[in-house]
Ligand binder design. Sequence first.
Ligand code: ADP
Ligand code: MG
Length: 256
Amino acid sequence: MSDVAALEASNIHKVFGDNEVLKGIDLTANKGDVISIIGSSGSGKSTFLRCMNLLEIPTQGDIALHSEKIGFKHLRNGERLPSDNKQVERIRSKLSMVFQGFNLWSHMTVLENIIEAPVHVLGIPKKEAIEQAEGLLERVGLHDRKDYYPAHMSGGQQQRAAIARALAMNPEVMLFDEPTSALDPELVGEVLKVMRSLAEEGRTMLVVTHEMAFARDVSNQVLFLHQGIVEERGSPQKVFENPDSERMKQFLAPKY
Ligand code: ADP
Ligand code: MG
């Protein structure tokens, strides 16, 4: 008997106006899976990730978190909306997202950033939230930065703080959208190191990335998107060393 998937998406479509950006994507993340999503700019990677935590509402398709299926209602114009806002809130709190641009609140210290949602969304007592946050800051190597404002930290430190903030929600699945793309090259490693440690402790993660070494070494499944479809998928060995798709081969070929 197999376990229930942590996250299951089937036949996800997304249309913006007359632009069909996602054309039927399937994904199953079991507990502990690290799934890298790669592909050229504009292939739909961010849109797919945003559909998973309902920052975008998929035009068609099903999403289930631990077999809890997200309910949608159909509107007259063909669009859909989630039928239960409480469910959306619950699902979002279980799928924390780390963005390319850090997205910390600039008027709050690192510690305040981390306890904000646990206190105000999950209703955790402040003292407890602070204790938890301090542990998480230790975890990402920022225990000495808790009273800093984001503007006074490097991009790598800000992104590690953003990861601690995502962890503070105790998410079932973590979503990363190019978390190192906005960083100076010398700061990429410290963020990847934290992500690697999360993978090693068995976190379920979906990672949109251009870091092919990370995708190859850390993930157990790779999806290559092209124009809104999964052009190639499989183990990193399969996708990187023996892809079926010509486009995947071109994507891997040295650019200069
Ligand atoms: P990627 O992350 O792979 O670079 P995106 O998911 O950001 O790709 O974008 C895929 C396509 O969807 C692009 O053509 C983009 O212009 C379009 N798109 C993304 N978000 C929106 C939006 N909110 N409204 C209209 N078009 C969008
Ligand atoms: Mg993107």
